[in-house]
Design a protein around this ligand. Structure first.
Ligand SMILES: NC(=O)c1ccc[n+]([C@@H]2O[C@H](COP(=O)([O-])OP(=O)(O)OC[C@H]3O[C@@H](n4cnc5c(N)ncnc54)[C@H](O)[C@@H]3O)[C@@H](O)[C@H]2O)c1
Ligand SMILES: O=C(O)CC[C@@H](O)C(=O)O
Length: 526
């Protein structure tokens, strides 16, 4: 019988489902060293936010087939390490949406009416009604950062309370925002105009410290901030200083840069700050939802069936998967690449299956391309199950075409993305050994394997330009692994593709753009 280790408290209903097919051990609060020791005997792990499943644990999990996260965020799982080992990581994308949205709303109202302090004062035998004069949310402006599942639910409830709604989400169309009752605006405007700001975005390199001293400086002294998303999106030092100096009116935090919250200056503050211990998902209903959702998927995978919300492996029939796997990887890589070249919000994606590939089942390839395209916005939340729905919700028009007459390679895939910042195309193919090659960018022929860190330029083909870019990167200690130029005519328009060993340090893209002859430059992380 397979063995499942449950590492965090989960609802009994989940344990009951797992017990149908496995021996279930519940051992919560184990330190990493202990987990590393015992994980080799387990086929599955089930966790909430309390356990960090590190690369070390994954490497030690010789029999691990699946890691189930009873919640949305899988940022406490080393997903790339699991993927490399062929371990399915599943989550519950919607099980706690309502709980998290309601917690954000509860914090907003608690901040406005000083509920925690007022409650404490009565319990301390006081009857002080003057100290707790609050503010109404009616007719106030709520700025929602991230208009996904939780952000949209917050919007609906806040609208019903008579609030004016602004939203910032670069991956959502203005029409979609309007349907939800929000005006889509730039972040600075949202900071300037909002009386309340609520965060509902994933933590990514782009969103880390999104709320910092500069952002706070743009806000009104009456602004209150709510973070029920992820710790680290707010710079806690900057927030503390701003609250202490009265530069904004309040903050309510459910999530922290480091959890559990240790020594923190935030604890010294008074009624202008409310702190809760990551309770967003802690309702009876949500805990049942996420436990059932994830336990069922673990059960299915242990029975050899596909999972419905795998964040790293497509939930397709194993035979189809085996045959299509290399093409899915190709489609995902090209989707990710063209999405980053296009930048901003993509409005349409054309996916053209060429040559032999045109005879294949296209739907999984289309889904893989969309997964790649959306991965910058949604990170691990986009998977093979939800990519099409997410694309539809974002108003992305998907056009699928075939060109079986095209006879390059054994079949190739062409993607063209049109977005708010322009239009870009990429083509890629598989070599005989299954290796991916990017074979053109914006209709310029090249032949390069994808690399984790890449730089693409559009430039005029002229003497010296390659050397200048090489020396510029060298002067910033950036090591170039490979470089290729694609052009159609000599001294005409061209593209340059550089694979580099590390991420491009901040500010260098601007320097590249200053090199005479360079028209555009893009940095890409695959
Ligand atoms: N406190 C809790 O217990 C709790 C519970 C559930 C979820 N969460 C967290 O809440 C957050 C939102 O969850 P969700 O289910 O609504 O996710 P979601 O994927 O449905 O929505 C996230 C939205 O953020 C947008 N986005 C991505 N990058 C952005 C950026 N740089 N700027 C603005 N918008 C950006 C995306 O387009 C998307 O619409 C996640 O971080 C999740 O982990 C916390
Ligand atoms: O496990 C929890 O209680 C928190 C879950 C929440 O942060 C999530 O991302 O789903």
């Amino acid at each position: 019988m397979p063995k499942v280790l449950v590492c965090d408290p989960i609802d009994q209903v989940g344990i009951d489902i797992l017990s149908q097919v496995a021996q279930v051990d519940v051992k919560t609060g184990l330190p990493t060293e202990e987990l590393v020791k015992i994980v080799p005997e387990y086929d599955a792990l089930m966790i909430r936010s309390g356990t960090r499943v590190t690369q070390e644990i994954i490497e030690a999990g010789a029999q691990l087939k699946i890691i189930g996260r009873a919640g949305v965020g899988v940022d406490n799982v080393d997903v790339p390490a699991a993927t490399r080992k062929g371990i399915v990581v599943v989550n519950s994308p919607e099980g706690n949406t309502i709980a998290a949205a309601e917690h954000a709303l509860a914090l907003m109202l608690s901040l406005s009416r000083h509920i925690p302090e007022a409650n404490q004062s009565v319990k301390d035998s006081q009857w002080d009604r003057k100290r707790f004069i609050g503010t109404e949310v009616y007719k106030k402006t709520l700025g929602i950062v991230g208009l996904g599942k939780i952000g949209s639910h917050v919007a609906a409830a806040a609208k019903a309370m008579g609030m004016k709604l602004l939203a910032y989400d670069p991956f959502i169309s203005a029409e979609r925002a309007e349907q939800i009752g929000c005006r889509l605006v730039e972040l600075d405007l949202l900071f300037q105009e909002s009386d309340y700001i609520t965060l509902h975005i994933p933590k990514t390199p782009e969103t880390t410290h999104l709320i910092n001293a500069d952002a706070i400086a743009k806000m009104k002294p009456t602004t209150r901030i709510i973070n029920c998303a992820r710790g680290g999106i707010i710079d806690e030092e900057a927030l503390f200083t701003a609250l202490k100096e009265g530069r904004i009116a309040g903050a309510a935090l459910d999530v922290f840069e480091s959890e559990p919250l240790g020594e923190s200056s935030l604890r010294q503050l008074g009624q202008e700050v409310i702190l809760t211990p990551h309770l967003g998902a802690s309702t009876a209903e949500a805990q049942v939802n996420v436990a059932v959702d994830v336990a069922e998927q673990i059960r299915d995978v242990l029975l050899g069936l596909p999972a419905r919300s795998a964040v790293n492996i497509p939930g397709l029939h194993p035979d189809v998967m085996e045959q299509l796997r290399p093409y899915l990887q190709l489609a995902e890589t090209l989707g990710n690449l063209v999405g980053q070249l296009a930048g901003g919000r993509v409005e349409s994606l054309e996916i053209r299956l060429q040559g032999e590939l045109a005879n294949n089942q296209s739907q999984p390839i289309v889904v893989a391309a969309l997964k790649g395209l959306l991965s910058q916005a949604l990170r691990e939340r986009v998977n093979y199950v939800n990519a099409s729905i997410e694309a539809k919700e974002r108003g992305i028009r998907v056009v699928e075409t075939r060109d079986s007459a095209r006879q390059d390679y054994m079949g190739s895939l062409h993607l063209e993305a049109k977005g708010t910042l322009g239009q870009h195309s990429v083509t890629g193919a598989l070599l005989g050994d299954g290796e991916i090659r990017i074979t053109d960018v914006d209709e310029f022929p090249i032949n390069v394997p994808p690399n984790r860190y890449m730089v693409f330029t559009r430039h005029r083909d002229m003497p010296g330009i390659i050397g200048k870019i090489g020396s510029l990167l060298g002067s910033f200690n950036v090591n170039i692994a490979s470089m290729q130029v694609g052009r159609k005519i000599v001294r005409g328009d061209a593209v340059m593709v550089l694979s580099i060993d590390d991420p491009l340090p901040e500010g260098i893209l601007a320097e590249i753009l200053k090199v005479p002859g360079i028209r555009d430059a893009y940095t890409v992380t695959l």
